[in-house]
Design a protein around this ligand. Structure first.
Ligand code: ZN
Length: 444
């Protein structure tokens, strides 16, 4: 009986101890499991937070791939929440404002203002602040300024964080490149019709400048002149500001005569404009407007071969056989064609609002050359002869600058570069691409 009792007691104790041990183990296991679950769900949270931070900052290299502990994430999330609670205040600089007066107006302590300006000086000259410049201040709920921004450039910001310490950050704003093409007819003027067709003023000014070597915009543009252009612009993503870039392509077609230029970066590293033949927009006026000619009389004082008096010779004479073709010295408009006293058969071309060229003693005019006709440099306009006061077949050639004859041989105009060889090949590839893009944009 006592043995039985002892046995039973022992079994009970054994079972209890066994259960206890089992229970402890189980709890441990349970704990582990709980811990595991916790860790798992925390990781999920981490991931979500990371994703949302990525989405907010839109900048993968700030947070991505950095293992953050919980505390860091909490700080980041808090900071981000705070950022979204900021009130944005725009301050337009007025006459008499200084950097420190503006900061003091924003309830920043003198000491802080001094600290900000002394640190800022390494990034920005506070004296550069101009009337109408804009500063953006960010104020938290307690009306304390936490940061402000200065525009350094259309796509560049300086962000000044104000905390216990001052942090300065240069922020490059994201740009989106847009290619734009326009085509329109002129019914009034290039400028008016350009504006009507949504061409930005900035681009119209570039267009007028580009064609200033070829055209006198006051007089040459006629009704139904065709204008076709393409250009680039950058849209700044953050503030939707627009930055106009260069013209890529420009065509002005008057009565079917095409003046056409493509943008090209030359081997020397300059952006310039060339026509399909690779000739630069800045064409000089030809100094010798015919082939195989010899100068028979120079510009200057001389004894006139017919009158015998000493007289100023206001051009250059080129001796050449009768019938030798004469070329237009530059792009322009025929201003005069016909008999002109001692000049005999005479042509005058107006190139732009400063330059003209004149051709005298011609035997005949090229067919189609009439007053108002447009010619390009190198086009045949007439033929050498000996009409008017002339002793033999020659061309009397004048270059007229601001209505005064100048010595053609001393003419100093920007020398128009002509692309050759490898550079010309590269240009041809690029202009074809520019043209194809332009047509695609026009007709898409
Ligand atoms: Zn002469």
């Amino acid at each position: 009986m006592t043995i039985n009792l002892l046995k039973t007691s022992f079994l009970v104790v054994f079972l209890l101890v066994g259960y206890y041990l089992f229970y402890i183990q189980y709890e441990k296991l349970l704990n582990l499991n709980l811990n595991f679950k916790n860790e798992y769900s925390q990781n999920e949270v981490f991931k979500n937070i990371n994703n949302s931070i990525d989405n907010i900052s839109n900048n993968n290299d700030t947070v991505n791939n950095v293992l953050l502990d919980k505390k860091n994430i909490e700080t980041l999330v808090k900071q981000d929440n705070l950022d979204h609670q900021f009130i944005k205040l725009e301050v337009k600089v007025k006459k008499g404002d200084t950097f420190s007066s503006i900061l003091k107006n924003k309830n920043l302590e003198d000491k802080k203002v001094y600290e900000i300006i002394s640190i800022l000086k390494d990034f920005y000259d506070p004296k550069k602040l101009k009337v109408d410049d804009k500063l953006i201040f960010y104020q938290n709920k307690k009306k304390i300024i936490k940061k402000f921004e200065i525009n350094l450039d259309i796509d560049k910001l300086l962000v000044i964080h104000i905390g216990d310490t001052i942090g300065i950050e240069e922020k490059k704003l994201e740009k989106i490149l847009h290619k734009i093409s326009h085509e329109f007819n002129i019914t009034e003027s290039l400028y008016t019709d350009g504006i009507k067709n949504d061409v930005p003023q900035n681009i119209l000014i570039k267009l007028i400048k580009l064609f200033s070597f070829d055209l006198d915009f006051q007089r040459d543009i006629r009704k139904d002149t065709l204008v076709s252009i393409s250009y680039d612009l950058n849209q700044i993503k953050e503030n939707n500001k627009i930055e106009y870039q260069d013209l890529n392509y420009a065509l002005i077609s008057i009565d079917g005569k095409k003046l056409e230029y493509f943008k090209f970066l030359t081997n020397d590293g300059y952006v310039d404009y060339f026509n399909r033949e690779g000739k630069n927009v800045k064409k000089s006026i030809l100094k010798t407007p015919l082939d195989g000619a010899r100068i028979s009389s120079n510009f200057g004082m001389r004894k006139h071969p017919i009158s015998g008096y000493n007289k100023m010779h206001k051009g250059v004479d080129f001796a050449a056989p009768s019938g030798t073709p004469i070329y237009a010295g530059g792009n322009g408009i025929i201003e005069y064609v016909g008999r002109n006293g001692g000049y005999g058969k005479y042509i005058r071309i107006r190139h732009n609002n400063e330059y003209k060229t004149a051709y005298a003693h011609l035997s005949s005019y090229k067919k189609g050359i009439s007053k108002g006709a447009r010619v390009n440099q190198g086009d045949i306009i007439g033929y050498v002869g000996s009409t008017g006061n002339s002793t033999g077949p020659h061309l009397h050639y004048e270059i007229i600058f601001q209505n005064k004859q100048i010595n053609p041989l001393k003419l100093k105009l920007p020398s128009g570069k002509i692309l050759k060889g490898e550079e010309l090949e590269r240009f041809k590839k690029e202009y074809k691409k520019i043209y194809a893009d332009h047509l695609n944009l026009l007709f898409e």
